[in-house]
Ligand binder design. Structure first.
Ligand SMILES: [Zn+2]
Length: 104
């Protein structure tokens, strides 16, 4: 029987969003990537985040809203309509780790 090769991906919050910036780590197989993130005010609904991968200059703006309105600037999202940045932030929110911010 052929085994499906699906890499298990997990996300872990390393430093809370309040830390400005927060840090989360995405583990894919044995690879571990760290990201700084900061929540941005979103004037158009949903929740906005800026995500920066440590050790790179790659910065992405992520917007989490309804399925149709969720976006990320990365190539993965542009190509297939989903990406690890969106999935990681959604997972952290689902776990109750990124509570909605008080309005400034
Ligand atoms: Zn992305």
């Amino acid at each position: 029987m052929a085994k499906k090769r699906i890499k298990k991906r997990t996300v872990r919050l390393m430093r809370p969003a309040d830390a400005e910036p927060g840090v989360f780590a995405i583990a894919e197989g044995r690879k571990l990537s760290f990201y700084y993130f900061r929540e941005l005010a979103s004037d158009i609904g949903g929740r906005g985040f800026r995500v920066l991968r440590l050790g790179t200059t790659a910065v992405y703006s992520v917007r989490l809203a309804s399925v149709a309105d969720t976006t990320c600037e990365c190539m993965g999202f542009l190509r297939i309509g989903r990406c690890k940045h969106v999935l990681a932030l959604q997972a952290l929110i689902k776990e109750g780790l990124l509570n909605a911010r008080m309005t400034n």
